[in-house]
Design a protein around this ligand. Structure first.
Ligand SMILES: O=P(O)(O)O[C@@H]1C[C@H](O)[C@@H](CO)O1
Length: 237
């Protein structure tokens, strides 16, 4: 990693870490925990305390991880939590990294590559959103069926730039980004818990922020066919 520019004690990259570097960061993290999670969870606003439910936890602060940006948003704690939930090995990101914090797009999503290098094959994303669908109510929970990557389709795609095929193909098909089986499972669990009334499934649109949006902008986004709007970008490698 000698090509990196160093700032304070952290390795700060001006371009995405290479495939080799991502693998070595993954190995470094696995060296700090006995857990071998297959499931990653990124906690959005309001869900950071999910980390308190992780048993037998090993906590690693983002500030200790090479290439990991720090969370600057109140309520986003900036820690990786390895452990178990209901007997399953998991790794939680307690604290999301948002584009509006000033990071380049790739820095907000680099944790996904690093979690993959730690062995995860399922990624659960959560975030706080604004409802656009007039049938939705405050407090509803929406499963993302599909998304509109507004920054992406206007030239700020997170995969813009040099492509290493070991991460995935240059021309990534994004039609089946979200797992249908997991969506079905989520709905059946919600039903068992008596939460069907608040469960929705729809199209999510991502915007830059940090502004929330004007009425005219919400009308525009709704016109695009979106049901909810927010500032989450992690979804592809
Ligand atoms: O981390 P998420 O995407 O849940 O955070 C949302 C968007 C803003 O960061 C914050 C402000 O309401 O909530």
């Amino acid at each position: 990693m000698s090509e990196y520019h160093f700032e304070t004690s952290q390795i700060v990259t001006h371009r995405p870490p290479s495939f080799e570097d991502v693998q070595s960061i993954g190995e470094l993290l696995l060296g700090k925990t006995k857990h071998r999670p297959a499931i990653g969870i990124i906690c959005g606003s309001g869900l950071g305390s999910l980390a308190d439910m992780v048993e037998d936890a090993n906590i690693i602060l983002y500030s200790e991880i090479p290439s990991f940006p720090t969370s600057t948003v109140p309520g986003h704690m900036g820690k990786l939590v390895f452990g178990t939930m209901k007997g399953k090995q998991v790794v939680l990101m307690s604290g999301r990294l948002h584009y509006y914090e000033g990071y380049p797009m790739w820095k907000t999503t680099i944790p996904v590559r690093i979690l993959k290098a730690c062995g995860i094959s399922t990624l659960i994303l959560t975030n706080a959103v604004g409802g656009l669908n007039p049938d939705y109510s405050v407090g509803d929970v929406m499963i993302i069926r599909d998304h509109i990557d507004l920054p992406g389709i206007t030239g700020q795609c997170v995969l813009r730039g040099e492509n290493d095929e070991r991460f995935g193909p240059r021309f990534l098909a994004t039609v089946e980004t979200y797992d249908r089986e997991l969506a079905t499972l989520t709905k059946s669990i919600a039903e068992k818990l008596g939460l069907s009334d608040i469960m929705r499934e729809g199209t999510y649109i991502m915007v830059g922020g940090p502004t929330y949006g004007t009425v005219a902008e919400f009308r525009l986004l709704r016109g695009f066919g979106a049901d909810a709007v927010g500032k989450l970008y992690e979804r592809f490698r």
